[in-house]
Design a protein. Structure first.
Lengths: 404, 139
């Protein structure tokens, strides 16, 4: 019964927490520019992150080490510094995008400039971290995130051509604008395979004191939860394809995309869009700020844990405070959150091999995983997806930057 | 060291191969301008039906006029396009920006016939540019 509850809550939080600034922004642009033809990249990204999340949960349950902790012990500090340094940079970029996204949601809802909202939004996120516990952060915000299911209802209400939707599940290069297509595919992969989920999930498993009896719930949550979560992202693609694309609206900014739900939901549509963007971004910002603290604290061997009071682990709390302060800068400087998001997602994919490579080595080490090491399918699937995504990003990102 | 150099050269060659045709980049700028016009028209349709708040209309008009100014500058300075096309397209963007700013001041959606007309002209120019490219470079 306890395991069932754990699985149920895990699946709910996976669904509610799936949509954030990256997955929403890239899915809106994909649907508006290429209709259904990038749906496959959501599926590929989800397969990869489901494997990765399952692996890190397994590592924590069997070895009682977080990914960062195990990497430090296995490879030593000098080797660990590079991948974790890359991840901190990616985390900070994505955190800035999330703060910008949440502030923009308030601008859309009130008409008051994003710059006015950046500081209050950041203070709100900081207060949740300072006064909240891991449970309230992980479960509370993610359950609120279930509002994003409105995209699934909206997609069904709009009656898509299901044959065309199915065709989009297979990769197909468009006749024109292939560079932009590949760049968006990279963005979707970056949004789905966020490295922060890997380190955050394993730290959460340690915070919740997982044991080997949690292996099966972990597998179910990673597989089913992530799959349902990806349905929400696919629904965003479908809604954008049916509402924005026929009108020639490209979704270059959230102001253009904010009307995506107005046809299925009437005057509630605009509000639902703002709430989905706001909650999704706040939820992810909480996880990202914590993740930066987790990585640094675990690398340097500090006391860490969101369930401890800030006075008990002051350095841990100072790090997420600093990370949040840094994350306000791009929005205060007037950088468009969606443009920052697209850039952050591309950088995320470029950093993936440096984070995932050492993890795969760890996951095949019997010293840590005993008889729960990776199978061939998991190794091959993750390595293939990460290598292909990196190759696409290495080609598409410079080309797109030069082109624009 | 030699392996790193080989990788860097291979990446540079591949990236150069993937570099977007300037005509296509220019067509994209026109399409982005047209897309903003379409967004404002759609926002207007929804506002007529009371489906979006007034504050959003003001927000979208302000953002669209800023973007239009930026696009107009990019188009005017796009050296790879013929000067006559640049000045014509920049002029259309300037007219769109002026319409949007007027709407922002009055708090209402500008004349939609004008918006649609400018959108169609921009899209027409973009399509002609795409059509002028050989099949391979359109990609």
């Amino acid at each position: 019964m306890k395991n069932l509850l754990k699985v149920g809550l895990g699946i709910l939080t996976s669904i509610g927490g799936f949509l954030e600034v990256g997955s929403l922004g890239t899915a809106l642009q994909a649907g508006a520019s290429f209709r259904y033809s990038l749906l496959w990249s959501v599926v590929v990204g989800t397969i990869c992150i489901a494997f990765l999340v399952e692996m890190t949960g397994r590592l924590a349950a069997v070895s009682h080490h977080t990914v960062v902790d195990a990497m430090r012990k296995r490879f030593g500090f000098p080797m660990q510094a590079w991948p974790l340094g890359a991840q901190i940079v990616v985390d900070l970029l994505v955190l800035a995008s999330e703060v910008g996204g949440a502030s923009l949601a308030l601008e859309l809802a009130t008409g008051i400039s994003i710059r006015v909202w950046v500081v209050p939004v950041t203070l709100f996120i900081w207060a949740l971290l300072w006064f909240g516990t891991f449970g309230t952060i992980e479960n509370g915000v993610a359950v609120l995130g279930l509002v994003t299911l409105c995209f699934v209802l909206g997609a069904i209400w709009l009656h898509p051509d299901w044959h065309a939707v199915r065709a989009g599940l297979l990769p197909q290069l468009p006749a024109a604008d292939r560079g932009e297509y590949v760049y968006l595919a990279v963005g979707i992969l970056g949004a789905s395979i966020s490295p922060y989920l890997v380190t955050f999930y394993s730290s959460g498993a340690i915070e919740e004191e997982w044991k080997t009896s949690d292996l099966m719930p972990n597998r179910i949550v990673a597989g089913i939860g992530m799959s349902f979560g990806s349905v929400v992202a696919m629904a965003v693609v479908v809604v954008a394809a049916l509402v924005l694309a026929p009108r020639g609206i490209r979704a270059d900014s959230y102001q253009q995309a904010a009307t995506a739900l107005s046809l299925p939901f009437g005057h509630w549509g605009f509000r639902l869009f703002c709430v989905s963007l706001g909650i999704g971004c706040v939820g992810a910002a909480l996880e990202l700020a914590l993740d930066v603290s987790y990585i640094i604290a675990q690398t340097l061997g500090w006391e860490w844990g969101e369930n401890k009071r800030p006075a008990e682990e002051a350095r841990f709390a100072i790090v997420y405070t600093g990370a949040l302060l840094l994350a306000t800068l791009p929005s205060l400087a007037g950088i468009d959150p969606l443009k920052l998001t697209m850039f952050s997602m591309a950088v995320t994919v470029l950093a993936l091999p440096f984070v995932v490579g050492p993890l795969i080595v760890l996951m095949n080490d019997k010293q840590y995983l005993k008889n729960h090491t990776n199978g061939v399918i998991g190794n091959v699937a993750v390595v293939t997806i990460v290598v292909v995504a990196f190759a696409l990003a290495a080609l598409a990102v410079p080309a797109q930057l030069m082109g624009s | 060291m030699r392996a790193w150099a080989a990788c860097a050269i291979a990446l540079a060659v591949l990236t150069a191969g993937c570099r977007r045709e300037p005509t296509l980049t220019y067509a994209h700028l026109l399409e982005r301008a047209a897309s903003w016009s379409a967004s404002v028209q759609f926002a207007g349709e929804l506002a007529d039906r009371g489906l979006v708040p007034r504050t959003y209309i003001h927000d979208v008009l302000a953002t669209a006029s800023e973007e239009m100014d930026s696009l107009r500058n990019q188009i005017a300075e796009f050296d790879a396009a013929p000067p006559s096309a640049r000045s014509k397209d920049a002029e259309m963007c300037a007219r769109l920006a002026a319409l949007l700013r007027a709407g922002e001041t009055t708090g209402s959606i500008p004349d939609r016939i004008h918006l649609r007309d400018l959108e169609q002209q921009l899209r027409g120019d973009a399509e002609r540019l795409r059509g002028s490219l050989p099949q391979e470079t359109r990609r």
